[in-house]
Design a protein around this ligand. Structure first.
Ligand code: DQA
Length: 150
């Protein structure tokens, strides 16, 4: 299975951005871990990051030609972007939304995510391990499809 891992705005600053919230790892380290963990699960992982909402939407629209699943940390766009939600619904690939922080323990404006309405599942609060958990879930999806209604 080929999986597209998308990261949204300001996540290129991981490592220096609020390390008390997001931890010490850089985006490059997170992406390397996704590729390695995916490889161990038999998944082919491609990672992309943009601060630009339009670019993220274009990558989502094009994803169904090349990928079977999406992992996305839409960052602040989670809380604002009906357009990203619509793009995910349009391509209809199994999508796992990841947030490193527990958005429900933070400011009220982070408690709602439009993207969650288009996601198969949501993982938050487990730091960068959340990306690996998302890949685990996708790798097991065939098994789960027989036991859940999703
Ligand atoms: C985030 C949480 C968002 O609220 C925030 O805007 C981010 C990162 C997370 O991974 O915890 O940029 O998505």
């Amino acid at each position: 299975m080929r999986v597209l891992v998308l990261n949204g705005p300001n996540l290129n600053m991981l490592g220096t951005r609020q390390p008390e919230v997001y931890g010490p790892h850089t985006l490059a380290q997170v992406e390397d871990r996704c590729v390695e963990h995916g490889h161990a699960l038999g998944l082919e992982v491609t990672c992309r990051q943009s601060n630009d909402e339009a670019k993220l939407i274009t990558w989502i629209q094009q994803a169904s030609a090349t990928f079977e699943a999406i992992v996305i940390n839409p960052a602040a766009y989670s809380h604002t972007s009906i357009a990203i939600m619509d793009a995910l619904r349009a391509v209809d690939l199994p999508t796992v939304e990841v947030h490193m922080s527990n958005i429900h323990r933070r400011e009220p404006f982070r408690h709602h995510s439009y993207v969650s309405q288009a996601a198969w599942g949501v993982i938050c609060g487990f730091g960068i391990q959340g990306y690996e958990m998302a890949l685990d879930a996708l790798a097991r999806r065939d098994v789960q499809a027989h036991t859940t209604e999703s």
